[in-house]
Write a protein that binds this ligand. Structure first.
Ligand SMILES: [Zn+2]
Ligand SMILES: [Zn+2]
Length: 242
């Protein structure tokens, strides 16, 4: 009762705002109608491994040409958003703008994109940042997402299972082969990872998937720690509209 009163009072002082444009909205943690309409949610047929939207319909799980050519060291991958428009704006605000208020809604969208039930012993692991980048940004946006996701799915969260021991150059603008080569041996499991990953399924979390090179390096590090099957969930997938 007291809490409800406090919430009402807080709403009067801080009315709920749209996560993307700051305009007033009815509910906490929401988007206004205009931003919602401009947000590229992934719907319909997607690649089972990387979540990229695909044309057509199918009853079966399908893979895109890229995933068939590259092969992915995980069993499924999904993203609730295509990295474009409002989705791109939200990801950048979360990554560089200290906008931690986006995390809870983003994690809800990610939970909604999980294609099949996860085993209860699954451990949720974020893609690690290199220490110097973490100190500069002060937080790892992927760890914030992973923590929220683990809480919502009632799974164990292990923020320090993996480590980026070599600082990698920005992958922006690099070819796919160069991206895979750049991060291939930059990520390893930690002693805590060795303890928590062994014989456990893993849900790997990142904010964005572009080539999938970083996630592949993380998945290989989990396999080195003798994890079981790995699944991948990102907030936004870089892809052309289907
Ligand atoms: Zn808005
Ligand atoms: Zn794919």
């Amino acid at each position: 009762m007291l809490q409800a009163g406090l919430q009402t009072a807080l709403r009067m002082i801080y009315p709920p705002q749209c996560l993307a444009c700051g305009g007033l909205v009815d509910q906490e943690h929401g988007l206004c109608a205009a931003c919602f309409a401009e947000t590229p949610f992934v719907t319909g047929l997607v690649c089972d491994l990387c979540g990229v939207p695909l044309p057509g319909v199918s009853e079966d799980r399908v893979q895109c040409d890229d995933c068939m050519a590259i092969g992915r060291p995980w069993i499924w991958g999904r993203a609730p958003l295509r990295y474009d428009g409002v989705a791109r704006k939200l990801v950048l605000a979360l990554k560089h703008g200290d906008r931690h208020d986006i995390v809870d809604t983003a994690a809800d969208w990610m939970v909604g994109s999980v294609p099949q039930p996860l085993a209860s012993d699954t451990v949720v692991v974020p893609v690690p940042l290199h220490l110097t980048r973490l100190l500069k940004r002060r937080y790892n946006q992927s760890a914030l997402l992973a923590q929220a996701l683990a809480r919502k799915l009632d799974l164990q969260f292990c923020p320090d299972a993996l480590r980026r021991h070599r600082r990698t150059a920005s992958l922006d603008g690099k070819s796919r082969a160069a991206r895979f080569a750049e991060v291939a041996d930059a990520i390893t499991h930690t002693p805590r990872g060795a303890q928590h990953l062994k014989n456990r399924p893993v849900l790997l979390i990142d904010d964005v998937m572009t080539s999938g090179a970083t996630l592949a390096a993380c998945a290989l590090a989990c396999h080195t720690a003798q994890s079981r099957e790995i699944c991948v969930m990102v907030l936004a997938r870089v892809a052309k509209a289907a």
